[in-house]
Structures are given as C-alpha cells and as structure tokens.
Design a protein around this ligand. Structure first.
Ligand SMILES: Nc1ncnc2c1ncn2[C@@H]1O[C@H](COP(=O)(O)OP(=O)(O)O)[C@@H](O)[C@H]1O
Ligand SMILES: [Mg+2]
Length: 316
C-alpha cells in the first residue's frame, strides 16, 4: 500500500544572519502492506511528522520516491490525495461548529452531494460513538471526543490509507483505549492505518508492524514481537538459596543458551521463556533444589530502541 525509497527532507532556517540546516528525514525506506496498522515509533524530533507530511503531499521531498495506494507521489500527487486521509497532530475542528457540520463540510469538499454527505456524516457519527453530541459545538467536547471527530474527518471520504499523527497524545488512559479500539475497527473494515507515536506501549499493543525512527533514519522495522525476539531472547530469573546446585542442574539443559549466577539466584537466557519455565521447575524439583521465586523478563521495545540507538526512548 505504501512503498518509499530514500525519502529525504532538510529544512533551512535562519537565525539572524546564520543559516541552519536540519536534516529532518535522511533517506527513509518503508513498506506498508494493505490492511495493516503500521506505526512510526520515535522520540520527539525524530522526523515522524515530516515523513507523514511528505507522504500526504503537504511538503515536497528533497529526494527519494514513494508510491501510495498505487499513485506516484511526484508524478500524481492529486491521485495520492484522492486515496488518502490525513489527520494532523493538532486539532482539525473549529470551536464554534458542530461535529456534524464539520463532517458534512469535509465530505462536500471531496465532491460528495449534499444528501450523500449528510448520510455519510450520520453513519460516521454513529460508528465513532459521537451521535449523542453531534449537534453541540466542538468547544464543548472532551479531549477524547474532539480527537475522535478529527479521525472521523480524516476517513469520511473512505480513503484506502489514513495517516494519523500522534492520535493519542494528550489523551487520558480511558480515551486512549477507546481510540485504540477505533483504530482497530478501521483496520478491520479494510483500511490501512499509518500512525506515529512516541509511546512504547502503544506501538507494542496496537501496531501490526512498526518502524523505529531516530534522527531522521529508520533504525529497525518489523512486528513488535519479532523486533523484541531478535535482540536478546528472554531471561528467566530463578531465586534460590541453593545457587550452586541450581546452576549445576540448569547448566546442562539444552534450552538454556547462557547462565549467570548471583548471590541469591541464577539468570537463564532462553529463546522462549514461557516454554522454559515448566522445564526449569521440573528439573529443579527432580534434583530436590529448593526454589524461592521464578520470574520471566521479556525484552520490551525500549530494549530494542536501546540496542539500536544506545539510549532509552523513555528517557529521550
Ligand atoms: N518547518 C520546519 N522548519 C525547520 N525545521 C523543522 C520544520 N519542521 C520540522 N523541523 C525539524 O525537523 C526535525 C524533525 O521534526 P518532526 O518531523 O516534526 O519530528 P517528530 O514528528 O518525530 O517529532 C526536528 O528537528 C524539527 O525541529
Ligand atoms: Mg510529530
């Protein structure tokens, strides 16, 4: 659905007499499949919004190529615009208008007749659970409600792909969960969703595949599960008063790739922690080794980010 090669963008800004160049996006290759939720994960300033704005034809790339739903970004920007929806980071609604008015206007701007626009607005209001306050002014909505209107505006013309820039930033936990449901529903209805986020848990829980971006470059791509699997395997921590005996029993186990001992237990590096735990328990029990506790540590996307960039996304 989206294919990019070497997409680049630099900004030149002037501070007094001095010119400063920021290479916001430095050669991004992406492949997004039809019908998936694809996430761009990265800290503030990574170049996520700039990439999205290029793909949405809002700014012109300095270099590289892209096709979106079969339309070429440079040769057919109008074709790209007809096939996509774009929801910016900031709000798209006006304080004094109602959600229904905004939606009807948006559909009309895409060339839909008045009657059809009203019918579509009614359907979208219903599916986004906005019908109850569709005729109230937008300034009276909660943050989560208003954000849902933004998304509804982005898909009212039934695009093949929708770009959502930080759809949940600033929302409370309940509104975030609600927004995740909306995004999944769009995917389940057949739309391809491309979103940006700086939340690790959001990328992990919501996205089918992600690209991790840092300083204008993609540093890793894949499903959250495969990215985590690729870095270190999983670690099982066994606490026991009988460290030496436990280490002896487990050192010879085939599923253990590496073992470290400490004062109060052993750390076992394994490929699949959930499968290893019963085997570990059985082996220790058979050798009558006393067990304190057992814990599984699975690598997080932050561990992936740390491995690829040398710092934690949580801290940046
Ligand atoms: N219009 C602009 N003029 C100058 N610099 C910009 C402009 N837009 C973005 N940048 C810079 O480009 C870099 C990437 O920004 P952005 O794409 O907004 O990152 P993200 O969305 O990942 O936070 C940042 O250093 C930002 O300051
Ligand atoms: Mg941004």
């Amino acid at each position: 659905m989206i294919l990019t090669k070497g997409l680049r963008k630099a900004f030149v800004s002037r501070q007094g007499r001095e010119k400063k160049t920021v290479e916001a996006v430095r050669g991004v290759d992406l492949e997004v499949a039809e019908g998936e939720i694809f996430g761009f994960l990265g800290p503030n300033g990574a170049g996520k919004t700039t990439t999205l704005r290029m793909l949405a034809t809002l700014i012109e790339p300095d270099g590289g190529t892209a096709t979106i739903a079969g339309a070429d970004l440079r040769r057919d920007p109008g074709g790209v615009r007809r096939r996509i929806g774009y929801v910016a980071q900031g709000g798209s609604t006006w304080d004094e208008s109602t959600a229904r008015e905004e939606l009807v206007l948006q559909a009309r701007l895409y060339g839909v007749s008045k009657a059809a626009a009203q019918a579509r607005a009614a359907t979208v209001l219903e599916s986004f659970q906005l019908a109850g306050y569709a005729d109230r002014k937008c300034k009276t909505y909660s943050g989560g409600q208003r954000r849902r209107v933004d998304i509804a505006l982005g898909i009212i013309h039934e695009p093949k792909v929708v770009f959502l820039d930080e759809p949940t930033t600033g929302l409370d936990p309940q509104s975030r969960a609600h927004m995740w449901d909306e995004v999944r529903r769009l995917r389940d209805e057949g739309m391809t969703v491309f979103l940006t986020t700086h939340y690790l848990d959001e990328a992990d829980a919501l996205c089918d595949r992600i690209s991790i971006m840092d300083h204008g470059e993609v540093v890793a791509s894949g499903s959250p599960a495969s990215l985590k699997r690729d870095i270190s395997g999983e670690v099982v921590r066994v606490s026991t008063p009988a460290v030496t005996a436990a280490a002896e029993v487990l050192d010879s186990a085939a599923f253990v790739t590496k073992i470290e001992t400490s004062e109060d237990g052993v750390r076992l590096y394994v490929d699949d922690g959930a499968a290893a735990i019963p085997l570990i328990l059985r082996a220790l029990d058979a050798a009558s080794v006393e067990l304190g506790a057992i814990e599984l540590h699975r690598p997080s996307l932050d561990d992936v980010f740390l491995t690829k960039t040398g710092r934690s996304l949580r801290e940046s």
